[in-house]
Design a protein around this ligand. Structure first.
Ligand SMILES: NC(=O)c1ccc[n+]([C@@H]2O[C@H](COP(=O)([O-])OP(=O)(O)OC[C@H]3O[C@@H](n4cnc5c(N)ncnc54)[C@H](OP(=O)(O)O)[C@@H]3O)[C@@H](O)[C@H]2O)c1
Length: 233
């Protein structure tokens, strides 16, 4: 397999960290972002083992200036695959009658506004790469078609907004040969998914990497489950 450069957000734990592990094992180059390198001990340990392959960049996606600074540090380096993974759930009790506006705005910013802005900042790097793939970790909870239970207003609407961003983006960048898709990782045992998740991070990420490997402008603009099946918007 030839070497590609992956730029991934939220890599200090959970699915982001697992993406880094699996891509390093595949001998790929990874630019991994996290909010605070000093406390990201798993990531810093990996840089010692894979010094030429892995670079760490600090970035807080709730802060536009931080995103700008992080992208500037790339000095125009080509990116083959951008994986927007960082995300938050917000308050677990966001049921009707109990939705806090400030908390909702914060989750919408992190999960939908930041991916939009970061893509605008990174697109020239992606144009320079040969992979030309934009990948966004969404959630089946953002599927309007799949919503049979109601509730979870904040998280659901943030991922629905992300899906809408990515659908437009896929149409806009396809003429340049760039593919874009949203992925549902499954219900995964991470800090966010909790201990009752149905799968572990290695299974989720190996499935998502298969989907990413197969992503092209021929199948762009879709919402994929980690097993490769499509999910209705
Ligand atoms: N686990 C599941 O079952 C599941 C299901 C569907 C979708 N997802 C999605 O999968 C993605 C990864 O989730 P996960 O399960 O790995 O969650 P996680 O274990 O809670 O990890 C979330 C990651 O996002 C980062 N992050 C959060 N806010 C950030 C910010 N403002 N700036 C930079 N980084 C930030 C966190 O960094 P800090 O440590 O600095 O907070 C952490 O690295 C998310 O988009 C999530 O919505 C997960």
């Amino acid at each position: 397999m030839s070497t590609s450069t992956y730029f991934i957000t939220g890599c200090n734990r959970g699915l982001g960290l697992e993406f880094v592990h699996q891509l390093l094992a595949r001998k790929q180059r990874v630019i991994a972002t996290c909010r605070d390198i000093a406390t990201s001990t798993d990531l810093t340990a990996l840089t010692l083992k894979h010094s030429g392959q892995l670079s760490l960049v600090e970035m807080d996606v709730s802060d536009e200036a931080s995103m700008r600074e992080a992208v500037a540090l790339l000095n125009g380096e080509a990116i083959d695959v951008f994986i927007n993974n960082a995300g938050i759930y917000g308050p677990r009790d966001a049921n009707f009658g109990n939705v806090d506006g400030r908390a909702m705005a914060e989750v919408l910013y992190t999960n939908a506004v930041a991916p939009m802005l970061l893509t605008q900042l990174l697109i020239d790097n992606v144009r320079k790469g040969s992979g030309k793939k934009l990948v966004y970790i969404s959630s089946k909870m953002g599927s309007i078609a799949d919503n049979g239970r109601g509730g979870s207003y904040i998280y659901r609407s943030s991922k629905t907004a992300l899906n809408s961003v990515v659908k437009s983006l896929a149409l806009d960048v396809a003429p340049e040969g760039i593919a874009a898709a949203t992925l549902h990782p499954g219900w995964v045992r991470t800090d966010m998914g909790g201990p009752n998740g149905l799968i572990d991070a290695p299974e989720s990420v190996s499935g998502m990497l298969n989907v990413i490997d197969g992503l092209s402008v021929a199948n762009t603009g879709q919402f994929y489950n980690y097993d490769g099946s499509t999910i209705a918007w």
